[in-house]
Ligand binder design. Structure first.
Ligand SMILES: CC(C)(COP(=O)(O)OP(=O)(O)OC[C@H]1O[C@@H](n2cnc3c(N)ncnc32)[C@H](O)[C@@H]1OP(=O)(O)O)[C@@H](O)C(=O)NCCC(=O)NCCS
Length: 173
């Protein structure tokens, strides 16, 4: 493993801001570019949102940020994954490694795991790198959701991918 994961911390603010600025060109077609967004993200952590940083083992640099969002418990035990990778680690396979660790964490039982049963990834149809990521992780294509999310000043269509714990190697569901 070239990466490790942990929750975001207030002291990540500078590294986060610099990583987002460095990566603005590759993030901006798909996600909001918010270099000052970490304090708000930290404030919003709770029962319905858990975020993770993916860090590079060799230099502790910030590889990416993943939001496990819209967490619903009860009989659904479901969440949506949202993610950004950062220059200079983007496109080196590290984001995929980190996301695998995060999916493990999502399906693992508490107290360390989130104890979820189903995860979704929703991707705009033209976002080829993210479509490739969802497929590489083994998510199933479930369908097409018109006008699903408001991004870059418009309601954007999304392809919907999902995975349940039974399908995840090693989850022991
Ligand atoms: C989507 C996104 C997170 C993908 O991240 P990434 O940095 O490309 O992820 P990885 O580096 O793990 O992807 C693997 C790629 O690295 C390549 N790679 C290079 N070295 C590798 C290695 N040693 N091991 C595995 N893969 C390697 C793979 O071939 C693959 O490229 P390919 O997709 O062209 O085949 C990133 O493009 C991004 O942040 N996009 C903007 C925001 C966004 O779209 N978010 C998702 C919205 S749904």
């Amino acid at each position: 493993m070239r990466v490790y994961i942990r929750p975001p911390r207030p002291e990540d603010e500078r590294a986060y801001s610099e990583a987002v600025v460095r990566s603005a060109d590759h993030l901006s077609p798909w996600n909001p570019v918010e270099p000052d967004g970490l304090p708000d993200l930290l404030r919003r952590q709770g029962a319905t949102l858990r975020s993770f940083m993916i860090l590079n083992r060799d230099d502790d640099g910030l590889v990416g940020r993943v939001n496990v969002a819209n967490i619903v418990r009860g009989r659904f035990l479901n969440a949506s994954l949202g993610y950004d990778s950062y220059v200079p680690y983007a496109g080196t396979g590290r984001m995929t490694e980190g996301l695998r660790l995060i999916v493990d964490r999502c399906f693992a039982a508490g107290p360390d795991g989130l104890g979820l049963h189903r995860l979704e990834i929703n991707v705009q149809p033209e976002n080829e790198r993210s479509l490739a990521m969802a497929k590489r992780l083994g998510f199933r294509h479930e369908g097409f959701s018109p006008r699903m999310l408001y991004l870059n000043d418009a309601w954007r269509d999304h392809e919907r991918f999902a995975l349940t714990a039974e399908e995840w190697p090693g989850a022991g569901a």
